[in-house]
Design a protein around this ligand. Sequence first.
Ligand SMILES: O=P(O)(O)OC[C@H]1O[C@H](O)[C@H](O)[C@@H](O)[C@@H]1O
Length: 543
Amino acid sequence: MSGGADLGHAVELDVTHPDRAAYDAVVADLVADEVASQIAARVPTLWGPAAEAESAKRLAWVGLAAESRPLVSEIEQLRQERAAQGQDHVVLCGMGGSSLAPEVIAAAAGVELTVLDSSDPDYVRSALADRLERSIVVVSSKSGSTVETDSQKRAYEQAFREAGRNPVDHLVIVTDPGSPLDVAATADGYRVFHADPDVGGRYSALTAFGLVPSGLAGADIGALLDEAEAIRPALEADDAANPGLRLGALLGAANRNGVDKIVIAEHGERTTGFGDWAEQLIAESTGKDRKGILPVVVPAVSAPNFTPSTPDSLLVTVGTPSDEAKPASGYAATVRAPLGAEMLLWEYAVAIAGRLIGIDPFDQPDVESAKKAAREMLDGAGAPAKPAFVDRGVEVYASDGLLEGSSTVADAVHALFDRIDPDRGYLAVMAYLDRKRHAHLAHLREHLALRTGRPTTFGWGPRFLHSTGQYHKGGAPTGVFLQITGAPVADLPIPDRPFTFGEFIRAQAIGDARVLADHGRPVLRLHLTDQRQGLDVLREALR
Ligand SMILES: O=P(O)(O)OC[C@H]1O[C@H](O)[C@H](O)[C@@H](O)[C@@H]1O
């Protein structure tokens, strides 16, 4: 069935489900169980007893459209003060939930925000060299203990000191009250914005985490909150027309029927990266207990995995709906809403899908395992691995048994792709490189999706570790993993830390590979000892 609902406001949602009666029954159950109004009332029992303790401290996002309002004038005042001091370039240091929302909000508003969400030494160095004296640097971390963010902060502090400037005049901190970052930054005299600790990172778009960087960059954050406020009554209603219920029911019902990938294409005049934000929300919220939905973000409805798609995929278009984006059969949705409304709509939908799938949508139990493995690597645990072989400067490493009979990069790639299950499998490409300098590499996704005929994701390391990383380790064990790492052009020390950025990103890649291999997943790591030459070898092998 295919059907749109007149929602009586600026939201358009069109849902396609192969069995209309079954879908309507799921929606009717959600209405009868009063799921929407109970989420709005912050009832923590909706996801079962095991999830209750976490849910009890994770539902404050429902009221943010109103509760964040006082931030609007505070941020505007700070923006004007800093602009008067010549600070007109906004940099954001933060990972996952602390950077994905402001990146989308700024892009949607068409304002510049430099996002530093990496430990790649080349990327960090180029950020530090960009308009330093005119920069206002927002350091955002909910936990206040994320190593990437702490390292970026140290690097900026040192850079400002070396430029004869006081970091206190340039840095702004966003964190939860009482976090290690809060304690240290307050003692150092930084301007600190607090966020509500009862909101999880991936639900924090409408807290100080989403609003401070984007508002300083010039986005109209008051309008964003208005958009979210306007859709609230519709999302809180126990009504079959509630768009949050309808979208959540689609995600949950499709997943119950074995559809465990969601292919998200942004359609319209201006792309905002909304898919990257939704990716974290969906992957971290649902990808656990060997269940969940893998987000596959594609650049357009014409991109492989959307067209053509696979039967285990639900297709979603965000932005301007188009006829191309409405498959006649299968599971699909088109969603169009102003950004503030769209964010709140997806937050409801994913929480509702979590109930239908039978997981706790507010924890991320497998993210820590990769952090722990990286720490162990940095502490020197285990002998450094030797490559299985080296092909024209590309060192090849792989999980056990993958490389038998391989002696070239092309063989190794072939061996990895052979391990993709033709019905349920997927390929994840993870590039631990400078994502600005090598932006073109993301196009490999399209090529590899065609070559493998299977859903293919592309993530920049370590950014994806705080997003789809949870699904890859905790969701359905159907992925195969291609890691690309590279020797940096030049390494960069992290002030007062016993390791460099280069050592850190290397430990993150190897640590994650270890955890994936421990989960029985095939992992191939191609390490480019010379990035330029290595990329040529890689392209040839992937052709
Ligand atoms: O905001 P922070 O505490 O620094 O956390 C940043 C991110 O890292 C973690 O690894 C979590 O998986 C994410 O959900 C979170 O958004």
